[in-house]
Design a protein around this ligand. Structure first.
Ligand SMILES: [Zn+2]
Length: 197
């Protein structure tokens, strides 16, 4: 059963997949029609070959420039910096942002041995420097955890000489949430990020 063990160990490499779930996926492969599995394997290969990173923002894209960077209706002087491409999808769903993005592909993490040079920070500085109409604001939307905060502080110090306005997204209490159920971290950020009403 060598090939069965191999497929289980391959599924285990997927994020959030434990041994039980990997086994369930492998069983599905065994039970499914051959054509279904052949289509899956062909599509996986095509996705890897056709989808590259946008040369400006490093979001995944089938074109050289992604649909957001090439959209002339978007404010190209307003850049929202995120850790991962999927963060863009989340913000786009909210339909509240008309600027463009920059994907770092990670965060600075002293504990995991990831420095500023292992994420797309140099590329961001170059992009700001060559931007034809300049950059009016950088919004730092890295995750509200230790690595995201370290990255945000680093970016603020690095970019303040290039960009007139640098902001950090506010963290708050989720809508429909109860204040007495919030953890201290969320509450303290919500307090600090308070706005005038
Ligand atoms: Zn792009």
């Amino acid at each position: 059963m060598k090939s069965l063990e191999k497929i289980i160990s391959l599924f285990r490499k997927f994020p959030g997949v434990g041994p039980k779930q990997a086994e369930r996926f492998a069983m599905h492969v065994l039970k499914a029609d051959l054509s279904e599995i052949q289509e899956l394997s062909k599509t996986l290969g095509e996705v890897k070959e056709n989808i590259k990173q946008c040369r400006r923002c490093y979001n995944f894209s089938e074109q050289e420039l992604c649909s957001i960077c090439s959209n002339t209706l978007r404010n190209q002087t307003l850049i929202c910096v995120v850790e991962q491409p999927q963060d863009i999808n989340a913000i786009e769903k909210a339909k509240i942002f008309d600027g463009v993005y920059h994907v770092l592909h990670g965060a600075i993490s002293p504990l995991k041995g990831r420095s500023f040079s292992s994420i797309k920070i140099k590329e961001l500085v170059e992009r700001i420097e060559i931007s034809p109409s300049g950059v009016s604001e950088i919004i730092i939307a890295t995750n509200p955890d230790a690595d995201g905060e370290t990255t945000a502080i680093y970016l603020k110090q690095l970019l303040q000489k290039y960009v007139p306005k640098i902001t950090r997204i506010a963290y708050g209490i989720p809508l429909g949430g109860d204040i007495d159920y919030m953890d201290e971290m969320t509450l303290s950020y919500a307090m600090r990020g308070r706005t005038k009403v």
